[in-house]
Design a protein around this ligand. Structure first.
Ligand code: AMP
Length: 651
């Protein structure tokens, strides 16, 4: 058992990140927004100016690239614009929105929904039942592999554009992604030949590109992200460079495509109304027609973000018929209002979870192409009673933020670094079941700390180190995350061995705990990888429990510390009695000190036997120990002199 204090390990601080100064030096690190519908890649153009972060256009001159991968008729993989273009003629081999499947189990409810609505085949992976994709000729690919094709495509475009090798990246993920989804995203990067230096939250990246890395920019930010296929709302608390995602909510099946489908139905209905001889179902089942109508619908939807009415023109929608109609912005607003309204509840829930009123939000950042729609901006403004910020480009902001982080890691930006922090305190169990934290909650990683411990029992030759995370005073209320035994300690009196315990947490949240005994140099360690993880809700609950029980935990901890101290005092006194055995009974205070020793023993026994009785005043232990200490010191000084004299006379 350890008596002193110290140790650690935990999960990655997904929901919290901090900006600190750093000095790194390496080659360019690009920032990649691997989106559900579209992806984007950005870099730092001028290392002296972080505002010079720029999107790299693809070969077709577009600033975002469709996150679409297809297995073509010629049995070759096609990515991006080309894959999207052939979707209507090859729907079962054209994989899109696969980000919704990444790191997810085939049996999960989210995957079940996609199995129903996606035109391509989703299968369970043979080894661990994850959701994989399958082409019509049985070629099975993981969502990470599909993601890697997109990343590789973006990487190559960047290499062509910058004329240099790109092998390092910062990739963004939704704030709600768990360990397995984050790891699968990292795997995608690795498969694409990229070293993924960090995986950062999309809303955090958006806030970075908005300029929230400046320390003076503390505040509460709402990031409203409506893209092509998903809706996310995140509430961020930014204080002194620490980014904390206080709450997230959303809908993984709501986005621009639903708006397009509403317009597609409007076009088909209008067309059939004007041409009653045409069979609607035949039209709906004609993939090629639907694809052309979809393109026209999206075009009209986008146009209506800039003009109040637009003409939808689809020549030869059937053999000899054209479609031509004017669509007004107001009409589009009306027909899609039910979709816009579906974002309201998630926003309200996120605010409630973050325990924040809409008026407390300092800024609203819009992310995702759909947020260009004026009606959406209006509804967001009503929801928060404040105009959203429009200075950042909603399709590009996430990639730009990732590039800023990449620039920091490469050394191109000198004064900021987004780092993860430990979401919970890390420590070890010490004597009496107390939790001794070595690395407090919210410590920026990488972090390293060493503390010295000792044994709690005479002659103890081994120590069991139990590593915990949590905010409570006793280990029984925290989470055990690893343990190991240090053997071969030479038998010594308790408190004598010096055991150095070091917690070393790297930037990816991997924790190495080492214990070494000074006299022998014997060493033992455990590595805890932060991938088992606690969910954000569990972490939140643990922090709340810690706060709620702070007073009680402090009382318990100080009681344990006082008992430990008294225990040590008792053994030290007994040892001294033994040492001065020949002369001690001659000292005048001898009897009264024996009595004090007895009192201390009785007192701590009383507390040990009534662990849950908090009416007992812990100051009684302190008083008894202090009295024993003061009186015995005088006694042993006198006894020591007497013994020395005795020795002299004997000689
Ligand atoms: P993202 O996933 O962020 O790339 O968003 C893509 C979605 O935004 C697609 O559904 C686009 O049709 C939509 N979008 C892009 N630009 C606009 C615009 N100006 N107005 C409305 N929707 C847009």
């Amino acid at each position: 058992m350890l008596r002193l204090r110290n140790v650690l390990r935990p999960t990655h601080g997904y929901n919290v990140a901090r900006l600190v100064s750093a000095r790194y030096s390496s080659t360019k690190v690009v920032g990649i927004d691997l989106g559900t519908t579209n992806s984007a890649i950005a870099y730092i153009k001028d290392s002296n100016n972080k505002n010079s972060v720029e999107i790299i256009e693809n070969n077709e001159g577009n600033r975002t690239t469709p996150s679409v991968v297809a297995f073509g008729k010629d049995k070759k993989w096609i990515v991006g614009e080309a894959a999207k273009r052939q979707a209507s003629i090859n729907p079962m081999n054209t994989f899109y929105a696969t980000k919704r499947l990444i790191g997810r189990h085939f049996d999960s409810s989210e995957v079940k929904l996609d199995i129903e609505i996606m035109p391509f085949k989703i299968v369970p992976s043979p080894d661990n039942g994850q959701a994989y994709l399958c082409t019509t000729d049985g070629n099975v690919k993981s969502p990470s592999e599909i993601g890697s094709y997109i990343l590789d495509h973006l990487k190559k475009q960047a290499q062509d554009y910058l004329n240099e090798k790109i092998d390092k990246a910062v990739i963004t993920v939704p704030a709600y992604f768990n360990d397995s989804q984050r790891q699968a995203t990292k795997d995608a990067g690795k498969l694409a030949g990229l070293k993924v230096l960090r995986v950062i939250n999309e809303p955090t990246a958006a806030a970075l590109s908005f300029g929230m890395d400046d320390k003076s920019n503390s505040g509460i930010i709402a990031v409203y992200d409506l893209g092509g296929g998903t809706f996310d709302i995140s509430i961020l608390d930014i204080e002194d460079g620490v980014f904390e995602v206080r709450a997230t909510n959303g809908d993984t099946h709501l986005g621009g495509e639903d708006f397009d489908n509403v317009v597609v139905n409007y076009i088909i209905d209008s067309f059939v109304k004007e041409n009653p001889e045409i069979n609607k179902n035949n039209l709906l089942n004609n993939n090629e027609v639907i694809q052309r109508v979809k393109v026209a619908a999206e075009k009209a939807k986008i146009a209506l973000s800039h003009v109040t009415e637009t003409e939808i023109s689809i020549p030869f929608i059937t053999r000899n018929k054209h479609f031509l109609k004017t669509l007004k912005e107001r009409e589009l607003d009306d027909m899609t209002l039910h979709l816009i309204n579906r974002t309201i509840n998630p926003v309200k829930k996120a605010l409630k979870d973050a325990d924040i009123d809409p008026e407390d939000i300092d800024d609203i950042i819009l992310v995702g192409g759909m947020t260009r729609m004026p009606k959406i901006r209006k509804i967001v403004e009503q929801l928060f009673n404040k105009k959203p910020t429009t200075t950042v480009n909603p399709d590009e902001t996430v990639a730009l933020g990732a590039a800023i982080q990449g620039g920091v890691l490469s050394g191109e930006i000198k004064n900021v670094l987004l780092l993860d922090v430990t979401p919970l305190s890390l420590g070890i169990e010490t004597f009496g079941g107390a939790f001794s934290p070595l690395i407090p909650r919210n410590t920026t990683v990488p972090a390293k700390k060493t503390e010295v411990f000792s044994t709690g029992v005479d002659g103890q030759t081994s120590v069991l180190f139990k590593v915990y995370q949590g905010e409570r005073g006793l280990v029984r209320d925290n989470k055990l995350i690893g343990d190991f035994v240090l053997k071969g300690i030479p038998p010594m009196l308790k408190g004598k061995p010096q055991i150095f315990v070091t917690f070393d947490v790297d930037a990816d949240g991997i924790i190495n705990v080492t214990a070494s005994e000074k006299s022998t140099g014997k060493e033992q360690s455990v590595t805890v990888i932060s991938n088992s993880g606690l969910t954000q809700d569990e972490i939140k609950k643990m922090v709340e429990e810690g706060q709620k029980n702070k007073d009680m935990d402090n009382k318990l901890r100080s009681r344990i510390e006082l008992i430990n101290k008294a225990d040590v005092m008792i053994s030290d006194t007994e040892r001294a009695f033994e040492q001065f055995r020949e002369v001690i009974s001659l000292e005048e205070n001898y009897e009264s000190i024996l009595k004090e020793l007895h009192t201390v023993r009785e007192t701590i026994n009383l507390y040990k036997n009534n662990e849950n009785d908090f009416s007992l005043d812990v100051n009684n232990i302190k008083r008894a120990t202090d009295t024993l200490q003061n009186k015995s010191l005088k006694l042993f000084q006198a006894a020591s002199k007497r013994q020395a004299k005795l020795k002299d006379t004997k000689q």
